[in-house]
Design a protein around this ligand. Sequence first.
Ligand code: ZN
Length: 148
Amino acid sequence: MQKDPDSGRIQDLFSRHKLRCTSQRKGLYKALAANTGHPTAEQLYYEVSGHIPGMSLATVYNTLEAFCSAHLAQKLPGQGGSTRYDACVHNHLHTRCEKSGAVHDVPDELGQKMLKGLPRTLLRQIEKEMGFSIDYVRIELVGQHTSG
Ligand SMILES: [Zn+2]
């Protein structure tokens, strides 16, 4: 067996989030965390099915659900009603390309500036008028790439 420096770290993370640790879960989490492209369950399945024994698409779905429930991952709306997954769980902004469907993280420094710049009084007004308590604001910037 190869020694994997990430293995212990992921195991600690799972135990902190009270998630049972299996080699399948560890393998999938590692693949998700390493993928900055906000993959769908299908994309992750194709990526890992060759090297995680016994991994089915259903297992990938169920495991991703378990990650989300344990706050180890978050779901993002993808193109055409698909769901994308992100191992980065702090509130950050995304861009989504309408042509390719690609989802990217907005650099944190800029994203936090945007979130901090939201008019608090307007948020309070929305809460008041709608009888709704806002926990956080999630922003998706939709458009298309002009370079690269
Ligand atoms: Zn992200």
